[in-house]
Design a protein around this ligand. Sequence first.
Ligand SMILES: *Cc1c(COP(=O)(O)O)cnc(C)c1O
Length: 438
Amino acid sequence: MNAGFSEEALIEQYEAMGISRPVYRYAQSVLEDLKPRFEQIDQVAEYNQMKVIRAMQEAYVSEACLHGTTGYGYNDLGRETLEAVYAGVFHTEAALVRPQITCGTHALALALMSNLRPGDELLSPAGKPYDTLEEVIGIRPSRGSLKEYGISYRQVDLTAEGGFDWEGIRGAINEKTRMATIQRSKGYQTRQTFSVEQIGELIAFIKSIKPDVICMVDNCYGEFTQLLEPSDVGADLCVGSLIKNPGGGLAPIGGYLAGNRECIENAACRLISPGLGREVGATLNVLPSFYQGLFLAPAVTAGAVKGAVFAASLYERLGFRVVPKGDAPRFDIIQAVEFGTPEGLIAFCEGIQAAAPVDSFVTPQPWDMPGYDSQVIMAAGAFVSGASIELSADGPLKAPYAAFFQGGLTWHHARFGIMKSLQRCLDRKVIDQIPFTD
Ligand SMILES: *Cc1c(COP(=O)(O)O)cnc(C)c1O
């Protein structure tokens, strides 16, 4: 037995937080079966923790690196060293890691706009990209899109089985094809998330047809979920947001690009200015959070992956459709649970909100969010506004009434949030019964 641990004390603590004994016991029974799974997730975290520490040591991170600059930000040791650390983690020639990159969409837009020239064509070989990229590319007409600059776009949809359409891709590559954009995570689509190995296969195929196609991977939500990153299997650029996995919950803003020197220089000259490039860009006070967040990121990501697996397993046993399934391998931190009714989706989100450290007392309401054809409900009580590495959930109020759930800075918080969501579903009679009742 654990010295000093009393399960009864824990149960009472949970009861004080609104979790009934049956919900606790049902959750425990689900967790019992997940032990081997959690061990594997911890092994991935351990490997990636060493990867991050090694990159920090090899880049000679020193105390002086934690102090930022102001103004132009010339000779910013912390910024330059941090970019070397990211290049070390992703095994790339260079990286651009900046608070001036405001979000994931900005990082992706930057990568595309800086590496494509008028007359070039962008290929999406794996179906529709993330919603916000539609306006960047100009799939939906938009001010400042790639399309406005004379950059065309071609998309090859996945096959009915969700695989790559190899012949379609071969046929789509032409003399104008300059860049390919590949999204690792399914995001809020229903397809599978691609593993790094699948992405490697896709990149090798594209390069076998046209070796100079720049292959960019939208790495959002995927970082540190596997031993390898897309840059380990041929990606020229990996791009993501620091308020997701690699910021470890501490970065208050920012995005990164890791890739070959040419692509990164192009991005720096576009982000800042031709001629200035990577040499300017003050870091103000963000460096400690960028370093420490990256240091924590493997463990934080592992906690979020455990939360996703736990949620899938817990709701799957109650008869709900979950994507991915509880026992499916994980290549990102997103979990969908289909409730089939608006009441179920709303109760789930209310439970997640009620578990938050910040704003736990507010009740999320469905609202008419711009750009959506139905109402949307969102639950988040985050330290960093909008950070989806923190425990959060949302979903559109239309069939199949799926809640998309992700994050949790610690596994124990993710666990609490999921138990709270189940409790709310029971209290609201969205769910009549769970396997354990006192
Ligand atoms: C979050 C996300 C983005 C966009 O990031 P924002 O920070 O919300 O702009 C792009 N692609 C994927 C797969 C994402 O998950």
